[in-house]
Design a protein around this ligand. Structure first.
Ligand code: BG6
Length: 502
C-alpha cells in the first residue's frame, strides 16, 4: 500500500487518460491498492463541470476496465475524483489549481502531476506550474510524469531536457515507457537474474542472434496527424524496442535500485555501434502498408487514412540490425522489427542459439539445420519457451523440434495492466522502471542517422500488403541466408528462411 497523495491529470479528457490512466486507477482502487486518502483531480477543457465529467469518466471506465464495472467500486472511486475545468495556456487556471489543492484539506500535500498531453505542451505547463509555486516542495513532494516522445530527435530532446531542468530535479521526473510496466517484460529481469541456468549461455559463445519483435494488426486508429510526425521508428523502436533490448542485453546490476538499473541499461545503449549515415539501407528497412486484409476485413492503405498526406513516406514498418560492441555481445546481431497492419498481434523476444559444431542427425534434405530458440512471449501469449531438437520416433536418427514450456501465468493469477504498476511506482517514488535522461539521449543517438535518411522520400520505402508480415526486404537484414524472422511462437522446424507464415 502506498501513502496518500494527490494525482493531478492534465489532459484528463484525452485518449490516454480515458483509455489507460482512469481504468488503471479504478483497478488499483478495486484491489485495495490505493491509499484511502488518495485524491485525483482531472483537469481538462472539454467538459463544463464535474457532473459532465463524471459521465465521461463512467463511460471511459465502462469501455476499458477488465470485466464488468463494479458499482460499489465506481461509487468509491468517484468520491476520490474531482474535475477542474481550465485552459492550460491561461495563467488563471494555475491560480485556480493552486487554490483547489491548497484550500481543500482533502488533497494530500504530496502531488503527482501527470502530463497526459502533447509533448510540445510540457515546457509551458511546467513554467506555469513553477510560476504559480505549484512545484514548491516545502509542504510535500512534487513528481511530474511525462509520456513519450521525449523530443523528436537528439537536438530537440536536449532542448526539452534543458527546459525541464530549469524547473525540476531529475529525481522528480518520471519518463514513462509503458512496456517496462508489463509483467512479462519485468519477468525478463527475473528470468535472467533469478536463475543461474541461462547465464553461462547468455553471450556471444552460444547465441547466434536476437530478435525483438512487435507486430500489431491495428492501423493508426485515427491518429493520422500524430503518426505522420512520428512514424514507426520514433513511435516504437526509439522507445519500447530499445528498452526491451536493454533488458535482454544488460549486465547484472548491483541492485534493483533505479540508479543501478539505469547505469547498466545506459552502458548497453552506449555500446550500440552507430549506424553510418551512408550505410543506412544496410542496417535499416522501412515499409508502409498498402491496402489488404486484416483478420478477414478489407482495410485501406496508409496513404488513404485520415490526415495522412497522399504521397506520405512515413514508415509504418521499421526493421533494424544493431550491433553491441562489448565483450558479451561482440558479433551477435540484434534485429528489431515493428509494424502496423501486420498479420497478428505479437510482441516477442526470440533468442536464436548457435548450431552444434557438427551435424550428425538430419531431419530432412534442407540445407539449414534447426537451431535451439528461447522465445519470450510478451503479448498476447505470455510464455517462456525453449525449442530443442529431439529424435523423431520410428525413423532411424531423424530429428524433430519440441519445446519446453514455462507458462508465465496460471489461470487464476491476477492480471495487472502496465499502467497500474507504473502508477504505484510513481506514488512510491521508485524510478527504476522509468527512463533516465541519458537513456533517452542515447536512444536518439542510435536512431537519428536512420531518421535523417528516412526524412526524405526514396525508393527504399517498401510497400507491404496490410495483413502480411511486412516487406520481404527486411529478410536481407540477416546476413546469413539460413536466418529468418520468427513471426509466431509456433515451432518453426528447420532454419530455412521464409518458412514461417509469410
Ligand atoms: C504506443 C504506440 O506507445 O504503443 C502505439 O504509440 C502502439 O502506436 C502501442 O500501438 C503498442 O503498445 P502495446 O502495449 O499495445 O503493444
Amino acid at each position: 500500500m502506498t501513502e496518500s497523495c494527490s494525482i493531478v491529470i492534465f489532459g484528463a479528457t484525452g485518449d490516454l487518460a480515458r483509455g489507460k490512466l482512469l481504468p488503471a486507477l479504478y483497478h488499483l482502487d478495486a484491489a485495495g491498492r490505493l491509499a484511502r486518502g488518495t485524491r485525483i483531480l482531472a483537469c481538462g477543457r472539454r467538459q463544463p463541470d464535474r457532473n459532465a465529467w463524471m459521465t465521461v469518466m463512467r463511460n471511459a471506465l465502462a469501455g476499458s476496465v477488465r470485466g464488468e464495472l463494479d458499482e460499489e467500486v465506481v461509487s468509491r472511486f468517484a468520491k476520490r475524483v474531482d474535475y477542474l475545468r481550465g485552459d492550460l495556456r491561461d495563467a488563471r487556471f494555475y491560480a485556480a489549481l493552486r487554490d483547489t489543492l491548497d484550500q481543500s484539506h482533502e488533497y494530500p500535500a504530496d502531488t503527482v502531476f501527470y502530463m497526459a498531453l502533447t509533448p510540445s505542451d510540457y515546457a509551458d505547463v511546467l513554467e506555469n506550474l513553477d510560476d504559480a509555486k505549484l512545484l514548491d516542495e516545502s509542504r510535500g513532494w512534487r513528481r511530474v510524469v511525462l509520456e513519450k516522445p521525449f523530443g523528436n530527435d537528439l537536438p530537440s530532446a536536449r532542448a526539452l531536457q534543458q527546459k525541464l531542468a530549469q524547473h525540476l530535479r531529475e529525481d522528480q521526473i518520471f519518463r514513462i515507457d509503458h512496456y517496462l510496466g508489463k509483467e512479462t517484460v519485468r519477468n525478463i529481469l527475473v528470468f535472467r537474474f533469478g536463475n543461474v541456468l541461462m547465464e553461462p549461455l547468455w553471450n556471444r559463445n552460444s547465441i547466434d542472434h536476437i530478435q525483438i519483435i512487435h507486430a500489431e494488426p491495428q492501423g493508426i486508429k485515427g491518429r493520422g496527424a500524430t503518426y505522420e510526425a512520428s512514424g514507426a521508428l520514433r513511435d516504437m523502436v526509439q522507445s519500447h524496442l530499445l528498452q526491451l533490448l536493454t533488458f535482454v542485453a544488460m549486465e547484472s546490476p548491483v541492485s534493483m535500485a533505479a540508479e543501478a538499473l539505469h547505469a547498466e541499461k545506459l552502458k548497453v545503449l552506449k555500446s550500440i555501434r552507430p549506424i553510418p549515415d551512408d550505410k543506412v539501407t544496410q542496417f535499416a528497412i522501412r515499409g508502409q502498408y498498402a491496402a489488404g486484409t486484416v483478420n478477414g476485413n478489407k482495410v485501406i492503405d496508409y496513404r488513404s487514412e485520415q490526415a495522412v498526406a497522399a504521397g506520405s513516406h512515413t514508415e509504418t514498418f521499421a526493421a533494424l540490425r544493431l550491433h553491441i560492441d562489448n565483450w558479451r555481445w561482440a558479433g551477435v546481431p540484434f534485429l528489431l522489427r515493428t509494424g502496423k497492419r501486420m498479420a497478428e498481434k505479437q510482441a516477442l523476444v526470440a533468442i536464436c542459439f548457435k548450431q552444434p559444431p557438427q551435424q550428425f542427425f538430419r531431419a530432412s534434405q534442407v540445407h539449414c539445420e534447426a537451431s535451439n530458440w528461447l522465445l519470450i512471449g510478451i503479448q498476447p501469449h505470455e510464455c517462456m519457451r525453449l525449442e530443442m531438437t529431439v529424435k523423431a520416433p520410428g525413423e532411424a536418427l531423424a530429428t524433430r523440434q519440441t519445446s519446453l514450456d514455462a507458462s508465465f501465468r496460471k489461470a487464476d493469477d491476477p492480471f495487472n495492466d502496465a499502467y497500474e504498476e507504473l502508477l504505484l511506482d510513481i506514488m512510491r517514488g521508485d524510478r527504476s522502471l522509468f527512463l533516465s535522461y541519458q537513456e533517452v539521449e542515447q536512444a536518439w543517438r542510435i536512431v537519428d542517422p536512420v531518421l535523417q535518411a528516412w526524412s526524405q522520400p526514396g525508393d527504399d520505402l517498401h510497400f507491404y500488403p496490410a495483413g502480411s508480415w511486412g516487406p520481404s526486404a527486411a529478410d536481407d537484414l540477416f546476413v546469413d541466408p539460413c536466418r529468418f524472422w520468427r513471426n509466431t511462437l509456433e515451432p518453426c522446424g528447420c532454419g530455412m528462411r521464409k518458412t514461417q507464415g509469410v
